[in-house]
Design a protein around this ligand. Structure first.
Ligand code: NAP
Length: 483
């Protein structure tokens, strides 16, 4: 099957922070991939903007190097690279000063979609919004893209929302959560709402529990200073895991429309129960073959920040009351994987007599090897009588769709194209972000008030032992962390 690539409208995209780590690793290689795929129209222009003194030739060399290092299979496409680099220019600009704004205005063209990517520290979002407005660079159709973290609590998220709302309508603000740009995440909606099969069973009557795991093998590395002020709850749960939970738990929207989808996600967040302290396990990794301990990496022997968190969450609504959602995420774990498991209940009655626990599990893998598996129970082959065995009914996208099934467009490039198309479905709305912080804040405040200390866990393990007990108390077990 050949996938259709529909070019987006011609655009001017300004990347504030165009020399930063995110631009180098994700945004620029992603744009080049879309260019090679024919989705970025030849008239489109990209302007890198940062304080560093550099001319356009220097920036083109910088972009070329970024693509050589992070472009993967397109890194050697020299023919396209030359044409792509011609679409690049650079302006040295200060978000907090006057430098560069007039030059930037001179680069903007009429009748183009205008998008401004704020790939800078959140402390600069308000300044950029103000300067863009002051220099007349935006109109009602212009878009801004803002990176995470979107606040560190409800108060700061509200402040950011206010700063942006002073100059932009909500319909112009694209808050990126790259988890939502993953192919499988969108497939989750397609599977749930495009099939008769699952939706009737998608509730507490048939679903025993749901597990969401985002495991990393890396530690905090060079991000120690930032991470020690953040921790897994702010860095991962409040945004990425929360978004995944919403997509699993939400009611069917009336149509696949940005606000209809986001309204339903918001209802889920508002239905989340406050989490009891004994339903949360926090952890910090110890030193191992993989590297120093968390406390060494953040350079604070007394740090109480969590590099791991597991929690049991209840959703108090008609569909999910009684079905727990277990979330866990951590660094320096045994394997890198992001997975959702929808574990169905046991049969009410087995006609096969005493057998081991057999139940259906729908597993959705976000990375690596995006795909879905439905575990079904069948007869174990052979003459040994009616013994049951669970086997995966594999929905490998690569097998079903040929080469395109394996074509995993990076989340960033997909989301940037959505910005140009003006489609906000996969971006977080301001009220969603605030609701997520409103749920998160009391949890974090509780740790500080009680002086909670994270449990330690071995590097390369599946996390603290207490996390196993969190499920064991409910006579359940975590799925293995494996790649
Ligand atoms: P970074 O490597 O520190 O880059 C920051 C960029 O901002 C540089 O290009 C810097 O260039 C520019 N900048 C700083 N001050 C400026 C000013 N006053 N005016 C104009 N430009 C200025 O940061 P990053 O890792 O790319 O992250 C960018 C944003 O993405 C942050 O909000 C971060 O939280 C978010 N994010 C990053 C990642 C990632 O993997 N890196 C992942 C998720 C989210 P000059 O110093 O030359 O001005």
């Amino acid at each position: 099957m050949v996938s259709r690539v529909i070019p987006v409208d011609p655009f001017d995209l300004v990347i504030f922070g165009g020399t930063g780590d995110l631009a180098r690793r994700k945004i620029l290689p992603g744009l080049f991939r879309r260019f090679c795929a024919g989705q970025m129209p030849p008239e489109a222009c990209v302007v890198g903007a940062a304080r560093a003194d550099m001319d356009t030739d220097g920036y083109r060399a910088f972009v070329g190097e970024a693509i050589a290092e992070f472009g993967g299979d397109i890194a050697n496409d020299t023919e396209n690279l030359g044409a792509f680099l011609q679409r690049m220019s650079y302006v040295s600009i200060d978000a907090r000063g006057e430098k560069g704004w007039i030059e930037l205005a001179g680069l903007m063209r009429e009748s183009m979609v205008r998008a401004f990517y704020f790939s800078v520290a959140p402390g600069l979002f308000g300044d950029l919004a103000e300067r863009l407005n002051q220099h007349g660079l935006t109109d009602a159709d212009s878009r801004i893209v803002v990176e995470k973290p979107f606040g560190r609590d409800l108060a700061t998220a509200k402040e950011l929302n206010r700063d942006l709302a002073a100059y932009f309508d909500e319909g112009q603000i694209y808050r990126i959560d790259h988890y939502l740009g993953k192919e499988t995440v969108q497939n989750l909606m397609a599977v749930r709402f495009g099939n008769m099969l699952f939706e009737p069973l998608w509730n507490s009557q048939y679903v025993d529990h749901i597990q969401i795991t985002v495991a990393e093998t890396v530690g905090v590395g060079g991000r120690g200073e930032y991470y020690d002020k953040s921790g897994a709850m702010r860095d991962m749960v409040q945004n990425h895991l929360m978004q995944l939970l919403c997509l699993i738990a939400m009611e069917p929207p009336s149509k696949f429309d940005p606000d209809a989808v986001r309204d339903e996600k918001l209802k889920v967040i508002r239905a989340l129960d406050a989490v009891e302290p004994h339903h949360i396990v926090r952890g910090q990794y110890e030193a191992g073959e993989e590297g120093p301990s968390f406390r060494e990496e953040v350079n604070d022997p007394r740090s109480r920040t969590e590099s791991y968190i597991a929690m049991k969450i209840g959703v108090s609504n008609w569909r999910w009351a009684g079905t727990p959602f277990y979330l866990r995420t951590g660094k320096r774990l045994k394997a890198r994987c992001s997975e959702i498991h929808v574990v169905f209940k046991e049969l009410n009655h087995s006609i096969f007599g005493e057998q081991e626990d057999h139940r259906n599990v729908l597993s959705i893998r976000l990375q690596p090897n995006e795909g879905m598996t439905l575990g079904v129970t069948i007869k174990e082959p052979g003459p040994g009588g009616m013994r049951l065995v669970d086997v995966p009914l594999d929905m490998s996208f690569a097998d079903a769709l040929g080469a395109d099934g394996a074509d995993q467009t990076d989340a960033y490039e997909r989301l940037i194209m959505d910005v140009i198309r003006g489609n906000q479905t996969l971006f977080m709305r301001g009220d969603e972000v605030e609701a997520a912080w409103a749920w998160t804040d009391p949890i974090i405040n509780g740790w500080h008030t009680r002086g909670d200390v994270p449990k330690t866990y071995d590097s390369g393990s599946e996390g603290p032992v207490d996390a196993v007990q969190l499920l064991a108390r409910d006579t359940r077990v975590w799925r293995k962390v494996s790649s």
